[in-house]
Design a protein around this ligand. Sequence first.
Ligand code: NAP
Length: 319
Amino acid sequence: MMKPLFNRMALIGVGLIGSSIARAAREQGIVRSIVATARSGATRARIAELGLADQVVDTNAAAVDGADLVILCIPVGRCGEVAAEIAPRLAPGAIVTDVGSVKEAVVRDVAPHLPDTVHFVPGHPVAGTENSGPDAGFSELFIDRWTILTPPEGTDPGAVDRLAAFWSAIGANVETMSPEHHDLVLAVTSHLPHLIAYTIVGTAADLAQVTRSEVLKFSAGGFRDFTRIAASDPTMWRDIFLGNRDAVLEMLGTFGEDLAKMTRAIRRGDGDTLFELFTRTRAIRRGIVQIGQDSDTPDFGRPQKRLPPLPRPYMADGE
Ligand code: NAP
């Protein structure tokens, strides 16, 4: 166990990400105590039942009393109003951070409410699943994944280092960049793929109705992998697309042009263009596996069923 890095960690919002942080920080012994809250009484009761915090309180303002680390683990669209609620009760010297999947919008909404006496270091753990709520979290979620910190100019480097040490202690690799750069990179690596998955699953479901085809039955042909992404939380993803509108629109423009090139190649029977792209993308997949960002087991490690042994064939005497 490590020496505690923080005395009192306040978690505002304890869903997939908040509960994973709580579990991991506890296991590593890096905070002396955890105080938590959530919007609804039902979630607060569940946090207490699961024993995720030393104390569960009813309001966001009460949660931050005396905390030296405050983490907003809530949808990005809620960060501004919650910052206004907690600001008067923040302890001087506290580090305030978040885990939101977009960063410029969070900085814009949160920073104006915070007093000069605290350190605001926005963050984003690039790790997750399609599940939500306090039951969905697990302590290993951040291991070997990246957490990006986007401290505004002039932030105390000591505060950034302390927060980086916190994320490293629960298994993450940490990188620092500007909020704008973060949003551009994530628009390509995460937001655009989610938009495509949401669209494809919607289109295929509509087409299935029109053509009465067996979309679900034959989903293993590729559709199934899109449905996992398209099952992600609707509130979170609505906020991401509204919060990162410019970067997503820019990337969608490029994607649209590339899609048009593929459409033309198919229409013209231009196999070389298709083959060249598919060869390039296969190499990208291999690169991701090589740097340890995914497993190389076939079919993403889904367990393969085995055929039951056939009845013993008839064997003639003496064989
Ligand atoms: P989640 O499982 O839906 O949990 C959200 C939590 O926020 C719930 O405990 C909810 O309480 C609470 N909450 C909502 N509004 C609140 C308010 N006004 N005051 C206090 N608590 C409030 O969400 P999540 O997946 O952990 O995502 C949280 C954040 O992490 C988002 O900003 C998201 O962008 C970011 N993130 C998510 C992923 C991912 O894969 N899921 C990955 C990286 C980053 P109730 O249950 O009572 O509503």
